[in-house]
Design a protein around this ligand. Structure first.
Ligand code: FAD
Length: 497
């Protein structure tokens, strides 16, 4: 069974760790601990608490090397059933104790950091497949199941099935985390983002109710979608305990293409035309010159195409792809193998941060009309931020109306950031992210396409949604009036405890 993978070791003993972001932890009484213990297994082990105090937010890698952890919960609770999750929430709500849901802890925005202490609700023991419906082609699965375990199970059923959700963090993340963050897999152009895959959810609410959001009807006109209310809510409105997801039979045919373009814009245009003619090849990834050189040793803008489907569908898709790519330069098909072989390799991140190189990624989504201009402006913003050494981009997920552009920046603090290495890195990191968010918001683009918001982008979400964020806040207040659910995230105001 897959388990969470920590991003890097702590460089000090756990009892020496300084919780960097906490200003006062929530006090819990012995009687409250007893209530929790009566519901589900708990832990107050130091190493356990330290690991549950962080996720893969890149800046926290530097903090771990400097003996800091983002925050520390007072106790970890590991429910094994949805009913136990609901009971934990109810006792936390009654006692006004903050609860931070978490599973793979692979989020990159600090979403599962227990900012106010309290309960770290570890959902990894909630990991059963309840039903595979081979007629309707759906699976009902617990939220804490990791990607590899789910796909291994589905591969063994009937003709072999797949959900088709393969984020780069496939080995690190869970069904509930995908849904809570509104994630995207690398084959999303054919199979959709997670919000397209979900049929219904079971959710434990802060007051201890356990609800099913929609039954299993494929479409309905039964009021607004409660399912979609919880998709992307990042543990702030309730806990997703299980989900019914659509399935696909394992594809029987596959095709690949690799071409290059003189400019990134020409590549974007080709992607747009392919999608707008109705072709949805699973993978359609366009790399700028910097990333093409870094990944494939090619001096132009490489486009990787990979599709898998029924042979008839595949033939039609690739006929459109080939027509639209006829003016591009054909490149070595081996680049697809290279991409497949390296796509989930994240081993470079920790060594870079440990060498005091600040590196992170920004994934925005925008409509085709202005995507090229926004991409240029954001690249310029990143490059002109003092301290940035390089900034690059690839288009990672495409739709008929627009696409996700995924930026990587690398930098070091400058003299203006001060002499203290850790704080100087934090200053540069804040400066570059502030500049990037300001640019994205002024361009009217989404501040995140699939990484979500968490703690890191909380302010940016409020700024980008404007008055619509007030509506979200009202939903939050209605469902979680005591503000126990994942405090500090999504820009929600906190309730004094
Ligand atoms: C190297 C790397 C690559 C990545 N690539 C991708 C990618 O390709 N696509 C992508 O979409 N993301 C990617 N991510 C981000 C991350 O893996 C996803 O957001 C993932 O979906 C998080 O799942 P998790 O189980 O690790 O959740 P966690 O990190 O444990 O939690 C994330 C958030 O979801 C909440 N949450 C978790 N489970 C539940 C639940 N059951 N109910 C309610 N709230 C819950 C938490 O409170 C938190 O706010 C990447 C991360 C890394 C480190």
């Amino acid at each position: 069974m897959t388990r969470p993978t920590p991003p890097t070791p702590f460089d000090v003993e756990v009892d020496q760790l300084v919780p960097r972001l906490m200003d006062g932890a929530h006090e819990m009484t012995p009687a409250f601990f007893e209530q929790l213990r009566a519901i589900a297994p708990t832990s107050i082990d130091g190493e356990d608490l330290a690991e549950h105090g962080r996720d893969w937010w890149p800046i926290a890698i530097g903090w771990a090397a400097a003996g800091q952890v983002p925050a520390l919960a007072g106790v970890i609770v590991r429910p094994e059933t949805a009913e136990q999750v609901a009971q934990v929430l109810q006792v936390c709500n009654d006692a006004r104790v903050p609860v931070t849901p978490m599973a793979g802890r692979s989020g990159v925005c600090g979403g599962s950091i227990p900012l106010r202490g309290g309960v770290a609700l570890d959902l990894c023991e909630l990991n059963k497949v309840h039903e595979v419906d081979e007629i309707s082609e759906t699976v009902t699965v617990d939220a804490g199941m990791f990607g590899p375990d789910l796909e291994a199970h589905l591969a063994g059923v009937g003709p072999g099935y797949s959900v088709g959700h393969f984020p780069q963090s496939f080995d690190l993340s869970t069904v509930g985390g995908w849904l809570a963050c509104r994630g995207a897999g690398q084959y999303s152009t054919r199979y959709g983002k997670i919000e397209d895959m979900v049929v219904t959810l079971t959710v434990a609410l802060p007051d201890g109710r356990l609800i099913d959001t929609a039954g299993t009807a494929p479409r309905s006109a039964t009021g607004p979608s409660l399912t979609q209310l919880f998709v992307g809510s990042e543990g702030t409105l309730g806990v997703i305990t299980s989900a019914t997801l659509k399935l696909h039979r394992k594809a029987t045919a596959e095709a690949r293409r690799v071409v290059s373009f003189a400019t990134f814009d020409e590549g974007l245009e080709a992607c747009r035309r392919i999608l707008q003619r109705g072709a949805t090849p699973a993978v359609l990834r366009l790399y700028d010159e910097i990333e093409s050189k870094r990944s494939f040793e090619v001096d132009s803008n490489v486009l990787i195409v990979l599709d898998e489907a029924d042979p008839h569908l595949l033939a039609a898709t690739m006929a459109i792809v080939d027509e639209e790519l006829s003016g591009a330069t054909t490149e070595d098909l081996a680049h697809v193998d290279h991409w497949l072989g390296h796509r989930n390799n994240v081993s470079q991140l920790a060594p870079l941060w440990r060498n005091h190189v600040v590196v992170d990624t920004i994934e925005i989504s925008g409509s085709w009309k202005d995507l090229s201009l926004t991409t240029q402006r954001l690249l310029t913003t990143l490059r002109e931020t003092p301290g940035t050494m390089t900034a690059s981009v690839h288009q990672s997920h495409a739709y008929a109306d627009g696409a996700c552009c995924y930026f990587t920046f690398v930098g070091r603090p400058t003299a203006q950031d001060g002499d203290n290495q850790l704080e100087a890195e934090a200053n540069y990191y804040q400066r570059v992210w502030d500049a990037a968010n300001a640019c994205i918001i002024s361009e009217g683009r989404a501040v995140s396409h699939h990484h979500g918001v968490g703690l890191h982008r909380a302010g940016a979400l409020v700024a980008s949604l404007g008055s619509a964020h007030g509506v979200l806040q009202q939903v939050k207040d209605a469902l979680d009036p005591n503000g126990i659910m994942n405090p500090g995230k999504l820009g929600f105001s906190e309730v004094a405890q």
